[in-house]
Design a protein around this ligand. Structure first.
Ligand SMILES: [Zn+2]
Length: 275
């Protein structure tokens, strides 16, 4: 077992310090639900603009995170996430869009990457799987949002193929991390979903789910995405997996399933800072 990649705990976020040690310009992590301005059911560090929370509270939360990270909201990139597999290459010209107005976010995008400094890639989560990518020598960074739909549409593999085809990157040199998300302990799905999982993996060996009753399965979305990364050419030793379950860890995280849909959003973030 690997050690927990999201190891440095602050009130507002868990950081991947190991990635910063790979390249000291990188800042990467995942926020908690703690220490913000939002009221129930978004108590309290809700970073999603699209969940019917009071907009001014979300703006205050976003500004608070910007201060903590030393990354101005003018340099954030936000996406309108649709549980699909579209990936956008982001430049400094895309920053600031959607930070305070959801309608201006990058349309229909669930994966972001950049080669540029001073761009903070952000995506919103409440149980779905955040997947982080870095090529530390070429200094390319990325992040993807994978719920079950994005996972079976192989957004993880899409990112790798995009970097190979458009950026000339060798998959052996890409390092990845799978962040806090709902675990198999708390995620039951039916035959309909499992059919797509089998289709995506094209194997029924070593499957990332267990049948728990007739037509009911405990699905491990992290394990599914790990398998898809390996299928896309990432060496197993280049994949770290967080052990955090967003549903189990009630004090740390919002959870769409646990909170029955009425809840806030955490933010995954990754950026290269000018030193
Ligand atoms: Zn759990």
């Amino acid at each position: 077992m690997t050690t927990e990649p999201f190891s440095e705990k602050h009130k507002h976020a868990l950081f991947m310090n190991k990635w910063t040690s790979l390249n000291n310009e990188v800042i990467a992590g995942f926020t908690t639900k703690q220490g913000g301005f939002s009221n129930a059911p978004f108590t309290s560090f809700n970073l999603g603009l699209h969940v019917n929370d009071d907009q001014s509270s979300v703006v205050k939360n976003r500004e608070l995170l910007a201060d903590q990270l030393g990354f101005s909201t003018a340099r954030w990139t936000c996406a309108d996430q649709t549980h699909d597999n579209h990936i956008a290459k982001v430049s400094i010209d895309d920053t600031g869009k959607g930070v305070f107005n959801y309608d201006e976010a990058l349309p229909a995008t669930d994966g972001l990457y950049t080669r540029e400094k001073n761009v903070l890639l952000t995506l919103c989560f409440a149980d779905c799987v955040p997947i982080y990518f870095i090529e530390p020598v070429e200094k390319i960074i990325g992040v993807a949002h994978a719920g079950w739909k994005g996972s079976v549409k192989d957004i993880a593999g899409e990112m790798i193929r995009t970097w190979k085809e458009h950026e000339g990157v060798d998959s052996d040199n890409i390092i990845t991390a799978i962040g806090p998300s709902i675990g198999a302990c708390c995620y039951v799905v039916d035959d309909y979903v499992i059919g797509f999982v089998n289709e995506a993996l094209q194997t029924e060996q070593n499957v990332p789910y267990e049948q728990i009753s007739e037509g009911q399965y405990a699905l491990d979305l992290k394990k599914l995405n790990r398998a898809l990364l390996i299928k896309a050419g990432i060496p197993a030793e280049n994949i770290e997996v967080s052990s955090y379950c967003t549903s189990c860890e009630d004090t740390l995280f919002f959870s769409h399933r646990r909170d029955k849909g009425k809840t806030g959003r955490m933010l995954s973030f990754i950026g290269l800072k000018e030193q």
